[in-house]
Write a new protein. Structure first.
Length: 334
C-alpha cells in the first residue's frame, strides 16, 4: 500500500517538476511576457480608446521587425551575427515590388516564391564568405550590407513599384475574431512552419552546438562550416519574409535600409538570446519587438518626444546587459 501510494505521488510530482524546470529555463521570456502584459494595461489606462484597431495596427507595424529579429536570433544562436539584414530586406522589398508592379496575381505568387529562394541564396553567400575568408562575422556582414544596399538601389532608385492585392490582403484585417490580426497569424505560421520543427532537428541542435563551442561541436562530428552557411541561409530566408512584409504593408518597394538591423540586435539582446551564442530562442525576441514598439506608442499617447523612445530603448538594453552579466557571474560562481 505504501509503495503504491509512493508511486502515485511520484507520478503526480513529475509533471509539476517538469513545469517548474521549464519555467526556470524560460524565466527571462516569461518575465518579458509579464512586462508586455503590464505595458498593454498601461496603454489602455492612458488611452482608453486603444482596442481592436490599435492591436491590429501594432501587429502590422511590428511584423517586419519581428521577422528580422527571428532572422538575427538564428544566426546569433549559431555563434554569429548579421549586420546586413536591413539591406537584405530592402533588396527583397525592391525586387518584389518591381516585379509585381502591374502584373497579375499569379505572377505575384511566382515572385514571392522566387524572392524567398533568393533570400536563401543571399544569406548563404554571406555565410560562405564568412566561412571561406575566416574574417569575423561582424566585418563580413557589415561589408555585405553595402553590397546588398547597392543592389537594392540598382533595382529601384526611389521608392516605387507595387504589390499584388492578395499579398496586401494577407496582412490587413483580422482572422476569425477581431482581436486576432492577420499579421500576427502570418508571423506565427511562418515561425511554426520553419523554426519550430527545425529547432528539434539535428540541424537545429547543430546551431546550438557550434554557438556554444565550435571545437567541441567539430569533435562531435558537426560540420561547422556547412552549419554556419545554413544558419546564414535561414537568416536570409527570414530577411526575405521581412522584406516581403514591408512590400505588403506599404504597397511599394523601399530601397533605403531602415533601422531594422540594429533594432533586430536590440530585440535579440532584450529577448534573452546570448550574444555569445548557443542559448536562447526566437519567441523572446518577438516579444521584445512588441515591447519596444509599445514603448514608442505609449510615448506618443503621452505627448512625449518620440525621439526619447530611442534613449529609453538604450537604457533598457544597458539594464538588460547588466542583469544578464550578473546572472552569468552568479551561475559561474555556483
Amino acid at each position: 500500500m505504501t509503495a503504491a501510494t509512493g508511486t502515485v505521488n511520484g507520478s503526480r510530482a513529475r509533471p509539476a517538476e517538469a513545469v517548474v524546470a521549464w519555467a526556470r529555463r524560460n524565466s527571462w521570456t516569461l518575465g518579458l511576457l509579464a512586462f508586455l502584459v503590464v505595458l498593454l494595461v498601461f496603454t489602455k489606462v492612458i488611452q482608453p480608446r486603444y482596442g481592436i484597431a490599435g492591436i491590429q495596427g501594432l501587429a502590422t507595424s511590428v511584423l517586419p521587425l519581428a521577422l528580422a529579429a527571428v532572422a538575427q536570433a538564428i544566426v546569433v544562436i549559431a555563434g554569429g551575427i548579421d549586420l546586413s539584414i536591413g539591406s537584405m530586406m530592402a533588396l527583397m522589398s525592391c525586387i518584389s515590388a518591381a516585379l509585381m508592379d502591374g502584373r497579375s496575381e499569379e505572377i505575384g505568387v511566382a515572385v514571392v516564391v522566387g524572392v524567398l529562394l533568393l533570400g536563401l541564396l543571399v544569406g548563404a553567400i554571406n555565410g560562405a564568405v564568412v566561412v571561406v575568408t575566416r574574417v569575423p562575422d561582424i566585418v563580413v556582414t557589415l561589408a555585405m550590407s553595402f553590397v546588398w544596399a547597392g543592389c537594392a538601389l540598382l533595382v529601384l532608385r526611389t521608392t516605387g513599384g507595387g504589390a499584388a492585392q492578395w499579398l496586401k490582403d494577407l496582412l490587413t484585417g483580422s482572422l476569425g475574431s477581431a482581436w486576432i490580426p492577420k499579421a500576427a497569424v502570418v508571423l506565427v505560421v511562418i515561425v511554426a512552419a520553419i523554426w519550430v520543427p527545425l529547432r528539434r532537428s539535428r540541424l537545429g541542435l547543430s546551431f546550438y552546438a557550434i554557438g556554444s563551442n565550435q571545437l567541441a561541436a567539430f569533435r562531435s562530428g558537426v560540420s561547422v562550416g556547412r552549419t554556419k552557411i545554413l544558419a546564414y541561409a535561414l537568416t536570409g530566408l527570414f530577411s526575405a519574409f521581412a522584406g516581403l512584409s514591408l512590400t505588403a504593408s506599404t504597397g511599394i518597394g523601399i530601397p533605403v535600409p531602415g533601422p531594422y538591423t540594429l533594432l533586430s540586435v536590440a530585440a535579440v539582446v532584450l529577448g534573452g538570446v546570448s550574444l555569445a551564442g548557443g542559448r536562447g530562442g526566437v519567441f523572446g525576441p518577438i516579444v521584445a519587438v512588441v515591447v519596444l514598439q509599445l514603448i514608442r506608442t505609449d510615448m506618443t499617447f503621452l505627448n512625449v518626444n518620440t525621439n526619447l523612445a530611442v534613449v529609453v530603448q538604450g537604457v533598457i538594453l544597458i539594464g538588460v546587459v547588466m542583469i544578464g552579466s550578473l546572472i552569468q557571474i552568479r551561475r559561474a560562481r555556483a
